[in-house]
Design a protein around this ligand. Structure first.
Ligand SMILES: Cc1cc2nc3c(=O)[nH]c(=O)nc-3n(C[C@H](O)[C@H](O)[C@H](O)COP(=O)(O)OP(=O)(O)OC[C@H]3O[C@@H](n4cnc5c(N)ncnc54)[C@H](O)[C@@H]3O)c2cc1C
Length: 385
């Protein structure tokens, strides 16, 4: 990494830390409890340039690497994991266009995404198909110079507050295997054929809008077919999800770190049987395990980010990072609650929020069961007898 890039990285990371301390920490609990979209925080992040973190400079972004992305997502998540939502899914869409879009698409869409005027999202999941991406039913049928999209997308982050989506649809419903008949389209609001359905009420990851997108005769131009060639959509979104897994792993490290730091602080203040509970070995064992797990998760995440920055295929590394970091995040959040005793179970402290936010990282961006299948497949390839 060049010295200029190093300086840009450290400046932006400092900015993000200040933002979290100054703007996010004081309001996170209230936004979370009220389940309110943090519009002001999102606007500040837009002004900080965070909507363009990994978008190349030539298209108006900051052109930063995945290591910086991971550090930023960890820092944001230490404050409130939900603030990662609007930019995480947005950057996934941007990476699909950056890596697979035509030059015209990049020039048309990426500058607006980098400035945050265009707020993006990714539309894969449907009511009947999540893990089984090839089982989607949304279709895009060619009609002259346009495509007509019909179908429903479920659990879409930024469904309400976003205004552009990379949408996966079948352009050839008879293709065998099905992924060969799948294509990805840029769909922007307003579009008379696109409406937002139900708002989904969630356990955690609150404040972020997760909803349904309904495509009913939704017309887009042929210039909106990402890459300009049908049948490449599955591959395009899967490669985008690799960087998504790095950002989810980083979020998990951030939430786990926040829970750990709250617990190690509390353990030195709370007394039981005449001494701070940190002096009881049972608590020390927990702290040791929590700290070690977080360190391992961070190293896996950084290793995946470095590999991605080096241009390597990272489905294995990003899958391992996402799997491990999200699992330990759930464990550490629970252990932080144990250490806090009854206080950890109340809504007065952030511990219960960390505990509610952790499962999103286990389920989102491909469930951990699916991660294990991918990891095992790659390992068997590597160690084939
Ligand atoms: C808050 C939130 C935000 C989201 N944001 C987006 C978004 O922006 N865009 C988007 O497209 N999607 C989004 N998703 C959807 C998310 O990616 C899916 O929920 C996830 O991929 C799982 O799909 P599913 O819910 O349909 O579960 P299913 O696929 O029905 O899985 C149910 C269970 O079966 C297991 N399972 C399924 N198949 C197998 C198998 N072959 N082997 C072993 N186990 C299996 C799964 O691991 C899981 O435990 C979001 C989800 C949430 C909760």
């Amino acid at each position: 990494m060049s010295q200029v890039a190093e300086e840009t990285r450290s400046q932006i990371v400092d900015l993000v830390r200040d933002f979290v301390r100054r703007d996010v920490d004081p309001v996170a609990a209230q936004y979370d409890h009220d389940d309110v979209y943090p519009a002001e925080l999102v606007e500040t992040m837009r002004q900080m340039g965070l909507f363009g973190i990994t978008i190349p400079e030539e298209y108006g972004g900051l052109g930063l690497d995945h290591v910086t992305l991971a550090i930023i997502f960890e820092e944001l998540s230490k404050g409130w994991m939900s603030v990662c939502g609007p930019i995480g899914t947005h950057l996934l869409m941007a990476s699909v266009i950056t890596e697979h879009g035509t030059e015209e698409q990049k020039r048309r869409i990426l500058p607006g995404m980098a400035s945050g005027e265009i707020k993006g999202g990714l539309g894969l999941t449907e009511p009947e198909a999540g893990s089984d991406v090839q089982g989607i039913r949304t279709t895009a049928v060619r009609d002259g110079e346009e495509y007509v999209i019909n179908g429903r997308k479920m659990f879409i982050t930024n469904a309400e507050n976003g205004n552009a989506y990379a949408v996966l649809a079948k352009t050839d419903v008879d293709a065998d295997p099905p992924y060969r008949g799948m294509s990805c389209f840029i769909v922007q609001k307003p579009n008379p054929g696109l409406s937002v359905g139900q708002h989904i009420d969630k356990l955690g990851y609150r404040g972020v809008d997760t909803g349904e997108l309904i495509f009913d005769g939704c017309r887009v131009g042929e210039e909106d077919l990402i890459g300009g060639i049908e049948g490449r959509g599955f591959h395009q979104v899967m490669s985008g999800l690799e960087s998504g897994r790095i950002n989810v792993a980083a979020r998990a490290v951030g939430v786990a770190t926040a829970a750990f730091e709250a617990a190690i602080s509390y353990s030195q203040r709370r007394k039981a049987f005449g001494v701070p509970i940190a002096e009881h070995q049972a608590i020390q064992l927990l702290l040791a395990e929590m700290g070690t797990k977080i360190e391992a998760a961070r190293l896996l995440t950084m290793s995946a980010a470095e590999k991605r920055d080096a241009g390597e295929r990272v489905d294995l590394a990003a899958g391992m990072a996402k799997l491990y970091a999200s699992e330990i995040c759930g464990e550490v959040a629970m252990d932080a609650m144990r250490i806090h005793g009854g206080a950890g179970y109340t809504k007065d402290l952030s511990i219960e929020r960390f505990y509610r936010d952790a499962p999103l990282m286990i389920i989102g961006e491909g469930t951990n069961e699916m991660q294990k299948l991918v990891i095992a497949r790659r390992l068997l390839e590597r160690y084939r007898e």
